[in-house]
Design a protein around this ligand. Structure first.
Ligand code: XMP
Length: 510
């Protein structure tokens, strides 16, 4: 396995992915972990990621020089390469010529890292740096240069230390995959034995060994893919010593509780179902502020979950479907960012209840989880389901929530989903849903005046929910949605389409 040390690059996640795609298990850890932790991970190789700093910055993340004496091969990428140079006594300098985007490297020498590349040939790579290496530390030599960087790739053969100024992990670096392949197999002598089926097998084995005979594990099910896959993995390991708890918060979509329960039963999970709708709705009564709503829902969830969990004995673990992007947000060394919305999760639970965590998906990305879900035999509509926020329909009814509004929104939302599925658009977009606006507008139906609510349709495309754009749905689909919602949903006489990108808007309205 390979350890990727994160120095804050935008593409650190890609490095770990590319390594896994080559069949070698890899994990990302923040660059400030101790030498002891690094040793106990016992990696076959270490990659230093790039990063936004300059080695001369006051708070530049550095590394203990000892790491170079562990006998573990190291590949430094961009800032990582500069760091190796700097720590081992070379010179890094601010360059007035910044290199961003495509550049051509000329190979000066081939070695294990550049096996298969041709000397004196130029290859297209992707750069993103302003500092550059000016003088190599002792024992190093140049492997490649560009017009602006005399040391675009460097090596110390006997110590197995390598550095590249460009980014081999991005698709635009044509030879990137080859270089990573060489690092893993020629230099680190890794075996390509990591793949999804083996991941599933290893995870189940790990959980089985971890949880002792009399101990139990609880988990919260939402019906979403992350919690479902987590529950299946744990269930495969310890059968019914897993207690999946499904809390109906009264803020779910039409038929959702029944569908989730059916799915779980079909998977052989014995779900502990709690209908807590009335508690949630009574606490939300009269509350208009979005953050207050989120807070009440989060706290109520924790309270109910805790209460239910206490009905079982010997519960020692909480299994959670945390993914890598959730981890990085909470461990990033770049400091906290502003709270835009308080996301709903069960993060406060383990400490409060004195539980240990099982997070089998914490190194993975969403699409990797989807692959696992497919391998586990989950149906397509679960594997490719659109995200649904923890606070549910509460953040899709602007302002105060009540049963009447919830029912109106459920009907409208069901129509949106049905038509998106029918037209084949559901799986092409990131999210598509209805929002209820608590304002009434005048309409005419038959010969009568109506005075009813407005439904907004939100449909966005996105890669990671950090940015998003509204989808240019064909007019025919918008027309169908509007006609059906106005005709079929009592209490609505107007439909509008949200054409705001994120930023500055967000995906959900609250
Ligand atoms: P926003 O509205 O912030 O949403 O642009 C970004 C993505 O996150 C989802 N979302 C949530 N997911 N708990 C979740 O699990 C939450 O509290 C929550 N709030 C928003 C939203 O649906 C979108 O995909």
């Amino acid at each position: 396995k390979v350890l990727v040390l994160d120095f804050g690059s935008q593409t650190t996640q890609l490095i770990a992915r590319r390594i896994r795609e080559l069949g070698v298990y890899s994990e990302i850890k923040p660059c400030f972990i101790s030498l002891e932790e690094i040793k106990s991970f016992s990696p076959s190789g270490i990659v230093f990621s790039g990063g936004p700093s300059s080695v001369y910055d006051k708070n530049a993340p550095l590394i203990d020089k000892e790491i170079f004496s562990l006998g573990i091969p190291i590949l430094g990428i961009c800032y990582g390469a500069q760091l190796i140079t700097y720590i081992l006594g070379g010179v890094v300098e601010k360059s007035d010529k910044r290199e961003f985007g495509p550049a051509y490297i000329e190979i000066l020498k081939t070695n294990k890292l550049f096996k298969g590349l041709k000397k004196n040939k130029k290859y297209k790579v992707w750069m993103s740096h302003s500092d550059r290496i000016e003088k190599l530390p002792e024992g190093f030599y140049a492997l490649a240069k560009t017009e602006n960087s005399p040391f675009a790739a460097i090596a110390h053969e006997t110590k197995a230390l390598y550095g590249v100024q460009f980014h081999p992990e991005v698709i635009h670096t044509e030879i990137g995959k080859k270089i990573l392949h060489n690092f893993l197999f020629e230099i680190c002598k890794c075996k390509a034995d990591w793949n999804m089926p083996s991941f599933i097998e290893e995870t189940i084995k790990y959980i089985r060994n971890l949880v002792k005979d009399e101990e139990k594990v609880i988990c919260a099910l939402s019906g979403g893919i992350d919690s479902t896959v987590t529950a299946i993995l744990v269930h495969k390991a310890i059968d019914d010593r897993l207690i999946p708890i499904f809390v109906n918060n009264g803020l779910l979509r039409k038929n959702e509780p029944e569908e989730v329960l059916d799915l779980m039963r079909s998977l052989g999970l014995k779900v502990h179902y709690v209908d807590a709708s009335s508690i949630f709705l009574s606490r939300l009564k009269g509350i208009k502020d979005p953050e207050k709503k989120r807070k009440i829902i989060g706290e109520t969830f924790i309270e109910i979950f805790e209460r239910e969990a206490q009905k079982f004995e010997n519960v020692r673990y909480l299994a959670q479907g945390t993914l890598y992007p959730d981890v990085i947000e909470s461990t990033s060394f770049r400091g906290p960012s502003a709270t835009i919305k308080t996301h709903h999760n069960v993060g406060a639970l383990p400490e409060k209840m004195n539980l240990k965590l099982i997070e089998p998906l914490r190194e993975l990305f969403k699409d990797e989880v989807r692959k696992i879900a497919e391998l586990l035999g989950l149906p397509k509509h679960i594997v490719w389901r659109q995200p649904f926020p923890g606070p549910g329909l509460a953040v899709r009814i602007i302002g105060e929530i009540d049963e009447e509004k919830l029912n109106i929104l459920r009907e409208a939302d069901a129509i949106v989903t049905e038509e998106m599925l029918k037209s084949g658009w559901y799986y092409k977009v990131w999210q598509s849903f209805a929002v209820l606006l608590p304002i009434k507008t005048v309409g005419v139906m038959g010969d009568l005046r109506t005075y009813e609510y407005v439904i907004a349709i939100r449909c966005v495309e996105s890669q990671d929910a950090m940015t998003a754009d509204w989808v240019k749905l064909p007019y025919e689909i918008l027309e169908k949605l509007s006609n059906r919602i106005i005709n079929e949903v009592k209490g609505v006489n107007r439909v509008v389409y949200d054409i705001s990108p994120k930023p500055p808007a967000t995906i959900e309205w609250e």
